[in-house]
Design a protein around this ligand. Structure first.
Ligand code: FAD
Length: 499
């Protein structure tokens, strides 16, 4: 081994471990030597099937071809998430990966929409005024247009894929790029007596693997950061009370939708994620409000196709370790924290942590400044996602079960209360300049779940009402016409990455 390189030991070979190993091996080949330890006997969570558009940048940086990746992970395209029965039973809206309206104006489209709505105008559903939503509702897909003038440039997309196939795919890339892999169970962690830094891990068979930097990707166990270093866990379950899921894939009987569905249930919600070869299903629920048996039965009754595996129970708790980087240990993935899968954010968080680590990659000894900056970035990501998730539960009028009564009336974090006040007054959203859940995401959930603002940006008053209504009708027509020329999602997949 090259003695100048930082020896990076990754503990865990789930999605997080192999994403980290592949990215470090590919992007910092001169700076580090990666050694990953995983245990087939322990296994992986392996249910992360839906992603956010950011994953495309990750794949591109690693030189992964979209066609190859999609064929190998049996992926489909994802234009957003459909929420059914959230604001009220019978409601449905899509949180799209794209804007509402044509984009690029001085003020966001929803200000005009809010004004017209307030004037009592007959308006089309908001979903018809977003290219991504219309494409999704029609079950079509095409790559976004490159010309900013085109309506088809106003959306992005992500993937729905078989998580159990993603890690092995990344493993082959990481190993090609020189990453080492050892199969075995870590049973002991050796620390420096004075500094407390981790020096090595020992496997069940006695092998000792030493390193300079340890990446804890051991999943919910949080073997290094949680168990060994004792970093406290911040429990957010008072705001996000779901703590279990029962997952059960089935044969695809209905359409391969280019979107994920999140359908509210009596004590949580269920996902429906169509892949090329099957449909993933799961009921995410709060065990304080429904028993495991009842949750399993409710899922079995709801799924649309023939099950192809026994129901599998998963347990979790919403929250995260107070810091993700402590000493020479960086936790990534479930070892760092978990926010329930409603908005498919876990793999995104893994990716953000890897990106931050690469940017702040230490010499042999990390500085406090690097660690603090990394932890600040991760804090911001978690806090934003937490508030966004809580909004889905809090913004409901449902009172048909104790679960919905609890989440509707629970106290919410001040940071979310401030966002809601901003929205209610003049339809304003917190301006995040980058990262996850920018304006359109918040707007989709606010309006989709019936939080109608009292006002709007005064600049929306400058146009006449009739003129505005005409522009909205024209927009709807333009979107519908353009979307109508795009291929059916399944047909697109069969041509693009034949099975
Ligand atoms: P794991 O998959 O648990 O991997 C842990 C690894 O550590 C394994 O290789 C294991 O063998 C190893 N290990 C543990 N202990 C030891 C030891 N002592 N010695 C050696 N090796 C060890 N994410 C999304 O982005 N989208 C989704 O739609 C989504 N849906 C989800 C649904 C549910 C119900 C749950 C629970 C999670 C979901 N996730 C989703 C999250 C996603 O599954 C995980 O974030 C992702 O798989 C990363 O997991 P991980 O690699 O951190 O942990």
């Amino acid at each position: 081994m090259d003695s100048d390189k930082v020896r990076v030991v990754v503990v865990g070979g789930g999605t997080a471990g192999w994403m980290a190993a592949a990215a470090l091996a590919r992007l910092l080949p001169g700076q580090c030597q990666v050694h990953l330890i995983e245990s087939e006997a322990i296994g992986v969570v392996g249910v992360g099937e839906a992603t956010l558009p950011h994953i495309r940048a990750f794949n591109e940086r690693l030189g992964i071809s979209e066609k190859d990746f999609m064929a190998r992970t049996r992926a489909t395209f994802k234009l957003g998430i459909e929420f059914r029965d959230w604001g009220r039973i019978g409601d449905s809206y899509i949180h799209p990966f794209g804007t509402f309206g044509r984009g690029g104006g001085a003020i966001d489209f929803h200000h005009y929409w809010s004004r017209l709505k307030n004037e009592g105008a007959e308006l089309p559903p908001l979903d018809d005024l977003s290219y991504a939503c219309a494409l999704a509702r029609e079950g079509r897909f095409d790559h976004p247009g490159r010309d900013r003038e085109q309506l088809s440039s106003t959306f992005g997309y992500a993937y729905q894929f078989d998580a159990l196939l993603f890690a092995p795919y990344l493993r082959s890339l990481a190993e090609e790029m020189g990453a080492l892999r050892t199969e075995g169970i870590v049973v002991d962690v050796e620390r420096d007596v004075e500094s407390g830094l981790i020096r090595a891990v020992t496997l069940e068979d006695g092998q000792r693997i030493a390193g300079d930097l340890f990446i804890d990707c051991s999943g919910f166990r949080s073997l290094l950061l949680g168990q060994t270093l004792g970093e406290p866990f911040e429990d957010w379950s008072k705001w996000l009370p779901t703590d279990r899921a029962v997952a059960m894939p089935c044969r695809t009987r209905t359409a391969v939708t280019p979107y994920t569905s999140a359908i509210a249930m009596r004590a949580g919600w269920r996902w429906r994620i169509p892949l090329q070869h099957r449909t993933g299903n799961g009921y995410v629920y709060a065990s304080g409000f429904v028993s495991d048996d009842d949750a399993r039965r409710a899922l079995e009754e709801a799924v649309e196709g023939e099950p192809i595996a026994e129901p599998r129970l998963l347990r979790f708790k919403a929250g995260r370790r107070r810091r993700s980087w402590v000493g020479n240990c960086v936790a990534i993935g479930l070892a760092s924290g978990f926010l329930e899968p409603l908005e498919s954010t876990s793999i995104y968080l893994v990716q953000q942590a890897i990106t931050a680590l690469i940017e702040l990659f230490p010499e042999r000894d990390a500085s406090d400044a690097d660690r603090d900056e990394f932890n600040r970035i991760i804090d911001l990501e978690y806090d934003r996602i937490r508030d966004f998730l809580i909004l889905h539960y809090h913004a409901t009028t449902r009172d048909d079960s104790p679960f919905w009564n609890y989440v509707r009336t629970m106290p919410i974090p001040d940071s979310l209360a401030e966002k809601l006040a901003l929205w209610r007054r003049r339809a304003r959203v917190v301006k995040y300049r980058e990262g996850v859940f920018l304006d359109a995401s918040w707007i989709a959930v606010y309006l989709g779940q019936g939080i109608v603002p009292e006002g709007w940006d005064p600049r929306a008053d400058m146009a006449g009402s009739a003129e505005l209504a005409e522009a909205v009708a024209a927009l709807r027509g333009d979107i519908a016409r353009d979307v109508g020329t795009r291929p059916d999602h399944r047909a697109f997949l069969e041509r693009y990455c034949p099975m």
